[in-house]
Write a protein that binds this ligand. Structure first.
Ligand SMILES: [Zn+2]
Length: 73
């Protein structure tokens, strides 16, 4: 089942820069450069972990600095 290819009345724009017409070789981009840019963007987003940053608990007692409370007896 193949969809009919619409006549190219209008040339699709590059998915990256949206300025240049898409090249058949680098679809959906206009050039290898734009394809690389988009790929790099995907990789960066893929490696970045979404979510709130983990804050260090500054109230956590440090070892060796909490001898005050237990020594009071
Ligand atoms: Zn482009």
């Amino acid at each position: 089942m193949s969809q009919p290819v619409p006549p190219e009345k209008r040339q699709p724009k590059c998915a990256q820069c949206r300025k240049n017409p898409v090249s058949a070789e680098y679809r959906p981009f206009c050039s290898k450069r734009c394809a690389d840019v988009d790929l790099g963007k995907w990789l960066n987003e893929g490696y970045a972990i979404p979510g709130p940053p983990v804050e260090d608990d500054e109230d956590s007692p440090r070892p060796g600095d909490a001898g005050d409370m237990s020594a009071e007896d």
